[in-house]
Write a protein that binds this ligand. Structure first.
Ligand code: NAD
Length: 475
């Protein structure tokens, strides 16, 4: 389906409502997508329930083959998908093609592989004359609700394990970024039996809420903000459905004096500003040991100045616009608040860029207070704070002083300091001498207000299945 599908979408129903989709780099409307009304959401849930009766009985190899076909389809259509994703989100096309699509293809391939290789504890007698078996069983109908910052990647992280485990799914993309998943509609219906994958579109507060509250849905997985996670949890309580919440983050980066400073600078330049900082694991809260603070900040300012901000479709662009005017205003409000508080020094950026598009200048703030909003809150924009610290204990206290707990990194050449530090970091992931390095084999998820549960790896199959005990009395 073409990105520009305005002509294609004639009003089929009376009173049909549409999502109007904007290219954040040009502010032009590039498509519109019909919003699912409550009866359509209900029909999707019923279809998924019906399809579950058969899909749950498929063998792992059948599910593996379907996931593998989907991986191949995405791989073969990577250029079209990358173009759509880039226009809809403002992501630089170079990065979508190099960093995101290969990892998305690999995600479906990985789950195609491990779904054939899951073995639970085999039989054992725990009571005399009784044999126990453990079966891993799917949950039923699973609602998957995704954010706008990685539309296709978050879809892969949710769809692949949920389908591999034998569930049927209702997938709702963000109301801002439905185009890449919509492009896959035909592939879904060609590869999977009817009703196994159901797509619904619309606002979170309406369509998302219907999914989270439905008694016919057994599990809801949402990646989004803390307030959305809390609301989904409240709605899911109606039938005590299982929940998986991947929420916000504010990743600290601790750079010790003995670290490779050039490598740390490069990593913050890349992972602080990747996706224009709209990343829950962005390297946005940097603490540098006093002995290296000046060298580090001087080098970082030069590095960030060199980032090429501009047209996402230009293959040399490194940083695109923010997703919306609203998001840019949110980011700017943090900067204004920082200016008024006279706390940190805005060493770079802190202003809008370009006449057209929701661009914001890559921004560095030096030496703020730990309690400042720019240090404590998720800004979700191209803003990195850098503060000095004195001792190991000081660094750990500052890094852990945050309500989020998703990702973090430590930079040092002393393995004892690295391990001791990583063990004390209260985050779902601590990278050592790297940042924003993902692989499909390893789990991703947070603690505290970053939510709970795991995406990726064999751990995510546990999110979408239960261990069922069968006991046989033979004496
Ligand atoms: P958001 O919370 O506004 O929306 C996320 C999704 O939830 C959207 O599809 C939205 O329509 C839906 N939604 C909103 N209200 C809902 C409700 N009441 N019931 C059901 N669904 C509802 O988040 P966003 O602005 O799209 O994305 C940015 C947020 O996502 C950031 O906080 C970011 O940190 C987080 N995020 C986290 C991870 C992670 O792995 N932890 C990854 C990406 C993004």
């Amino acid at each position: 389906m073409a990105v520009d599908n305005i002509q294609h979408e004639t009003s089929i129903k009376k009173n049909q409502r549409f999502l109007s989709i904007t290219n954040p780099a040009t502010e032009e409307v590039i498509g519109r997508v019909a919003i699912s009304d409550p009866s359509e959401v209900n029909t999707a849930i019923k279809r998924a329930n019906l399809a579950f009766t058969k899909w749950r009985l498929t063998t792992p190899i059948e599910r593996a083959n379907a996931l593998s076909k989907l991986a191949t389809y995405i791989d073969q259509h990577s250029r079209e998908l990358a173009g759509i994703e880039s226009r809809n989100t403002g992501k630089p096309i170079k990065l979508v093609l190099k960093e995101e699509i290969p990892s998305i293809v690999d995600c479906f391939r990985y789950f195609s592989g491990i779904c054939r290789n899951t073995m639970d504890v085999s039989s054992g007698d725990y009571i005399k004359g009784h044999t126990s078996l453990i079966r891993r069983e799917p949950l039923g109908v699973v609602a998957l609700i995704a954010p706008w910052n990685y539309p296709l990647m978050m879809a892969a992280w949710k769809l692949a394990p949920a389908l591999a485990a034998g569930n049927t799914v209702i997938f709702k993309p963000s109301e801002l970024t439905p185009l890449s998943i919509q492009y896959l509609t035909d592939a879904f219906s060609e590869i999977f039996p009817a009703g196994v994958i159901n797509l619904v579109y619309g606002e979170g507060s309406i369509v998302g809420s219907l999914l989270a509250a439905s008694d016919m849905v057994q599990h809801v997985s949402v990646t989004g903000s803390f307030s959305t996670g809390r609301e989904v949890l409240r709605l899911a309580a109606s039938n005590v459905k299982a929940t998986h919440l991947e929420l916000g983050g504010k990743a600290p980066v601790i750079v010790f004096d003995d670290a490779d400073i050039d490598q740390a600078v490069e990593a913050v330049k890349f992972s602080g500003f990747y996706n224009t900082g709209q990343d829950c694991t962005a390297a946005c809260r940097v603490y540098v040991q006093s002995g290296s603070f000046e060298t580090f900040t001087t080098k970082l300012i030069d590095a960030v100045k060199s980032l090429k901000v501009g047209d996402p479709l230009d293959p040399t662009t490194e940083v695109g616009p923010l997703i919306s005017a609203h998001q840019r205003q949110n980011v700017h409000a943090f900067i204004e608040n920082c200016r008024q508080s006279n706390s940190g020094k805005i060493a770079l950026g802190g202003h809008f860029l370009n006449d057209k598009g929701f661009y914001y200048a890559p921004t560095l703030i030096l030496g703020c207070r730990q309690s400042d909003a720019v240090v404590q809150e998720e800004i979700f924009g191209p803003v990195v704070t850098v503060m000095p610290f004195s001792s190991f204990e000081d660094a750990l206290t500052l890094a852990n002083d945050c309500r989020y707990g998703l990702a973090s990194s430590i930079w040092t050449n002393d393995i004892r300091k690295a391990i001791a530090g990583a063990n004390q970091m209260r985050f779902g992931c601590t990278w050592i001498n790297t940042h924003l390095t993902f692989c499909n084999e390893m789990p991703h998820g947070g603690l505290n207000q970053s939510g709970y549960g795991k995406d990726l790896s064999s751990y995510s199959l546990d999110e979408y299945s239960i261990a069922k005990h069968i006991m046989i009395k033979y004496e």
